[in-house]
Design a protein. Structure first.
Length: 565
């Protein structure tokens, strides 16, 4: 790889924003979302922006490119990049800078790629368009970067389409794209939020390596203090568009000055109370010897068996491509198994969703990972929650509306304030609460929660976990909780199922699975959970490199990761 890093003097100011003010439009009115924030960033420095949903983190990150999202406008302050005033620059000047000198890595890789083009073509587009290098050279460099980012089969993975790789692989491919022009500044917007802990370690390590190698400045946006502690030299804590606290990462972690920063450090204190012995030996759900594939030769699930009992939470954990979501699809009938069966209260369910009756569908509901895509943007909250009341329970008119109000109160949203809102008028946490209410509307006994907190900031995620636990206590609900977040597992699970390459490698009561000695793969997962220590990642990488086990299970999983789920 060639680089112009020699011409980049580390420590020189590359970005300076002063008195930045940004407004957003709602109900035809403009209101402030960033209120006079100052940002200074030097070459080779990583600045962490943290705060809960709505703090203005992403808005400030995007503003560093002289850009504001649709419905937003930059109303005050200056944005100077390497001596260029981006607010005064022409559209043509800004277009030449974006992608070539300032790159952006979005949180949702799946929504950011063009599904009609191969990964390699999307990588080469930017360096070719900006005249940085010819297509052939860009392709060879792409393969090298894919290898650095520990993507499987780096020589050929670029010739796949976005839907043919896992979410973790897609996020790493997007990171490679951002680095394709060797930019001066990269904005990382929650790049590891939706990744499992083992994949997250690989992506964090690769980002850190490339940023250091090319002396690139970076803005790292996240709600996870433990993650930003590994990446950032300095941290800015934001809330409601205002700066709360700023300092070096080490000082911030060791001795936060503000109460809000201390709250962020103290999240995930919630733990459910230990459950008594099982009242009934008969499980609500029983999965027996299920094997499934997506139509190809590769079996994505292999002889999987598990049980879920009444009022219990079973957490299913594993890295990307382990089969967690595929297991949920097999249980719900979205992916009929090749072999095995799924039983509900001793009754074998038809393998295919279309062959299940209304009562079988009603009893088993699902809450999805991304509330943004799970809710119809054109339907009001009253219709979103009211639909399952009509479909499953035949409720209409005043009776339906009364039940919708009761469900909103149950999820702690004021009915008069939220009944007639559209999803676009809700925060991420509010959207997820509406998804929970929609699932509850069917009066199920079992709810499958598929990564329901992974896209939420930690304070909101803890609120959702507490709400789910409260509903379980009140309604005796059973949960299958699919997650890659072991902090969530420790908070809410009664039992744990650990999956790898479509098989269950370990399962049992939470205390048993989490207590040493662990299965080798369970140990890998537990050791990959970031700690609130700026030196943790470096120590972990040194330890794994010494043992020759840095990539963990990734090489073995490479073939499977190309499959969805």
């Amino acid at each position: 790889m060639t680089t112009s890093s020699e011409t980049r003097a580390k420590g020189d100011v590359i970005l300076e924003m002063r008195g930045l003010r940004i407004e957003g439009q709602a109900d035809e009115q403009w209101h402030g979302i960033v209120h006079g924030v100052d940002v200074t960033l030097r070459r080779g420095e990583v600045l962490g922006l943290i705060g809960e949903s709505g703090a203005g983190k992403s808005t400030i990150g995007i503003a560093s490119m002289g850009y504001a999202r649709p419905g937003c406008r930059i109303t005050g302050g200056s944005i100077v990049f390497d001596g260029i005033d981006l607010r005064a620059a022409s559209d043509e000047e800004r277009r030449k800078i974006r992608g070539a000198r300032i790159a952006y890595v979005a949180q949702s890789a799946a929504a950011s790629f063009n599904p009609a083009h191969m990964l390699i073509d999307q990588y080469t587009e930017m360096p070719v368009q900006h005249g940085v290098k010819p297509r052939g050279e860009a392709q060879e460099e792409a393969k090298d970067l894919f290898g650095r980012l520990r993507l499987p089969d780096p020589e050929r993975i670029g010739f796949r389409y976005p839907h043919q790789v896992s979410g973790g692989q897609l996020q790493r491919a997007m990171t490679a794209m951002a680095m394709s022009c060797h930019p001066d500044l990269i904005v990382f917007d929650e790049p590891t939020t939706a990744l499992d802990v083992t994949t997250q370690i690989e992506v964090l390590a690769a980002i850190k390596d490339v940023v250091q190698q090319f002396n690139t400045a970076a803005i790292y946006i996240t709600h996870d203090l433990a993650v930003v502690a590994q990446m950032a030299d300095r941290i800015m804590v934001l809330r409601y568009g205002n700066l709360v606290e700023e300092g070096t990462a080490r000082d911030m972690i060791a001795a936060p000055k503000e109460d809000y920063t201390r709250q962020l450090l103290a999240v995930r204190t919630f733990r459910k109370e230990d459950q008594a012995e099982l009242d009934a030996p008969e499980p609500v759900l029983k999965v027996e010897n299920v094997t499934a594939s997506y139509g190809g030769a590769v079996k994505v699930l292999k002889n999987v068996s598990m049980e879920i009992h009444k009022a219990r939470t079973v957490a299913v954990v594993g890295e990307s491509g382990s089969g967690k979501s595929t297991l949920a699809r097999a249980i719900t009938g979205l992916l009929p198994p090749l072999e095995g069966s799924v039983s509900y209260h001793g009754e074998v369910l038809p393998p295919a969703l279309a062959k299940r009756n209304r009562q079988q569908l009603r009893r088993l509901q699902m809450i999805y990972q991304m509330p943004d895509t799970a809710l119809n943007p054109r339907q009001k909250v009253r219709d979103i929650i009211g639909r399952p009341l009509e479909f499953y329970l035949g409720m209409k008119g005043a009776k339906r509306d009364e039940r919708v109000r009761a469900l909103l109160s149950m999820i702690e949203l004021e009915p008069n304030d939220f009944l007639d809102r559209l999803p676009g008028e809700l925060s991420g946490g509010q959207k997820q609460r509406v998804c929970i209410a929609r699932a509850l509307a069917a009066e199920p006994e079992l709810i499958i929660c598929d990564e329901v907190t992974s896209a939420l900031d930690q304070l909101v995620a803890e609120e959702i976990l507490k709400l789910l636990q409260q509903l379980q206590d009140e309604l005796s609900l059973s949960y299958m909780f699919i997650t890659h977040d072991l902090a969530t597992v420790k908070a809410i699970a009664d039992e744990i199922v650990v999956m790898l390459l479509g098989e269950i490698v370990e399962q049992g009561e939470k205390e048993t699975v989490l207590a040493p000695p662990h299965h080798e793969y369970t140990e890998l997962l537990l050791s990959s959970v970031p700690e609130m220590d700026p030196d943790w990642l470096d120590r972990l990488l040194e330890s794994r490199q010494a043992k020759g086990s840095f990539q963990g299970a990734a090489p073995a999983a490479a073939g499977l990761e190309a499959q969805p789920g």
